[in-house]
Design a protein around this ligand. Structure first.
Ligand SMILES: [Zn+2]
Length: 54
């Protein structure tokens, strides 16, 4: 049976406003700096992490 197409292009995880979507840490951004830093390390990028919203 056909499934309803998602209205959102990007799958947005359930986020509490004012908290990190990764660890739930209180932050004004979508992802806290700690998770951004960790993500940068995982990507192997030595460049400073810039907040990229897609
Ligand atoms: Zn976080």
């Amino acid at each position: 049976m056909p499934q309803p197409s998602p209205a959102r292009t990007v799958a947005a995880p359930t986020q509490t406003p004012g908290s990190c979507v990764r660890c739930g840490f209180v932050t004004s951004q979508t992802v806290c700096k700690a998770c951004l830093f960790t993500e940068g390390l995982n990507r192997g990028a030595a460049v400073p992490v810039a907040p990229a919203e897609r």
